[in-house]
Design a protein around this ligand. Structure first.
Ligand SMILES: Nc1ncnc2c1ncn2[C@@H]1O[C@H](COP(=O)(O)OP(=O)(O)OP(=O)(O)O)[C@@H](O)[C@H]1O
Ligand code: SF4
Ligand SMILES: [Mg+2]
Length: 324
């Protein structure tokens, strides 16, 4: 078993109830025809603004959200074709650390139970062995066993994030989906969490989907990066290539919005461009209304992902000149 993930032409559509006084259901394509590959032991950063579909994409990969179209291949097995018991062994190999770990934790469970529950469910481990293993998992994420008897409300944000990570590691996953693992943490805790993730990955060899709106965090941990806008893939490739010379105007705008310590946070079109479903043009490039490079063709033709060389893909008619 290699633990390779391939996502092919994945789309996820949400159907919302009709508004008061309306009959028709509302449909929103949260992820639209997204493809990528994540080799075993690698980290793919999924980056984009709030609402662009990052969490939906992560949940779809884990089969927590129904997929409308496309395939999710894990070691060659298409997970979208499996149901119920057939999916169970794969679920154990793939774990999620939720965007808000506090909401995902049962407030009436102690840390001991939160971390050891998967050990019981996945391996049928006995109570005494579970407590021992839970303490070991906590130690791996930098917490000591005194937190075992605490409840989630008695933990700091950073401690909750680590408890969530310890729980996710309990089943010895081959793939971790980390949804905004550093949001809500202060700068020094963010750095410590990113270092911890890198060390754990080097030690255990799992693959990671690292979801974040923070390009600087992504650039620190991800070998490859995929940029999402309005559910569409704008650009993907080796992280260093994207950072050094973004080819898509949206990636360039996101990079320009990365905070510069001496000047505070720059404001850019990217920050002002949080799109809502109704704002997207029905034809042409989805980023057109916000793009400072747009030309007449962009209003008519939707660009398709095109290889710029190596594994660098961009969905833009007029990519920016990259830097070698
Ligand atoms: N269960 C749902 N039902 C209907 N629409 C949904 C549902 N979950 C998400 N959406 C919509 O799908 C789009 C993508 O949401 P998603 O949570 O994946 O974005 P995100 O990139 O993770 O955002 P954030 O950075 O704020 O976490 C948004 O427009 C959101 O309103
Ligand atoms: S296709 Fe046109 S509008 Fe879209 S990102 Fe490229 S230049 Fe901008
Ligand atoms: Mg999200």
């Amino acid at each position: 078993m290699t633990g390779e993930l391939r996502v092919e032409h994945l789309s996820v559509e949400y159907v919302k109830r009709p508004r008061l006084g309306h009959k028709e259901e509302r449909r929103h394509i949260a992820v639209n025809d997204v493809s990528f590959a994540l080799p075993s032991g690698g980290t793919l950063g999924i980056v984009g603004e709030s609402g662009c579909g990052k969490t939906t994409l992560g949940h779809a990969v884990l089969q927590m959200t129904p997929v409308s179209r496309g395939r999710i291949l894990w070691d060659g097995t298409d997970l979208t074709e499996l149901r119920g018991a057939a999916l169970r062994p794969f679920r154990r190999q793939m774990q999620l650390v939720f965007q808000d770990p506090f909401e995902a934790m049962n407030p009436r469970m102690t840390v001991d139970r939160i971390v050891s529950e998967p050990l019981h469910l996945a391996f049928g481990m006995a109570r005494s062995a579970r407590r021992y293993k839970a303490a070991e998992l906590l130690q791996q994420v930098g917490l000591d066993e005194t937190v075992l008897s605490r409840y989630p409300r008695q933990l700091s944000g950073g401690q909750r994030q680590r408890v969530a990570l310890a729980r996710a590691l309990a089943t010895e996953p081959r793939l971790l989906v980390l949804d905004e693992p550093t949001s809500g943490l202060d700068a020094s805790l963010q750095a410590r969490t990113l270092n911890l993730l890198r060390d754990l990955q080097a030690d255990k060899g799992f693959s990671t989907l690292f979801i974040s709106h923070d390009l600087s965090a992504v650039s620190y941990v991800a070998h490859r990066t995929l940029v999402l806008f309005g559910g569409h893939m704008m650009e993907q490739g080796p992280t260093a290539t994207l950072i050094r010379g973004p080819a898509h105007p949206y990636t360039a705008a996101l990079l320009a919005a990365v905070p510069v310590p001496a000047q505070g946070r720059a404001t850019t079109s990217a920050q002002n461009a949080i799109p809502r479903a109704g704002q997207f043009a029905s034809t042409g490039c989805i980023y057109c209304p916000w793009c400072n490079q747009a030309q007449s063709r962009c209003h008519l033709d939707a660009p398709i992902a095109t290889a710029l060389g190596g594994e660098h893909l961009v969905a833009c008619h007029y990519p920016l000149p990259g830097k070698p």
